[in-house]
Write a new protein. Structure first.
Length: 66
């Protein structure tokens, strides 16, 4: 029997405010589920999430978790 591979997770923390940045950057924060400073969310590591992080990396801190 094949075991399911556990998905790699990303812990994403907002470290800078979205105020003063372009609306697209603020919408990306919201799409990631981040609403407040120092809020942390965990997302599955997918190319779409990686792309969102890459666009606004100056606002975030990202850690890989198991």
């Amino acid at each position: 029997m094949a075991r399911k591979k556990k998905a790699k997770m990303l812990r994403i923390t907002q470290v800078r405010s979205g105020i003063g940045y372009k609306p697209k950057a603020r919408r990306t924060l919201e799409a990631l589920g981040l609403r407040k400073m120092h809020q942390t969310v965990e997302k599955v590591d997918t190319p779409a999430i990686r792309g969102m992080i890459r666009k606004i990396d100056y606002l975030l801190k990202v850690e890989e978790t198991e």
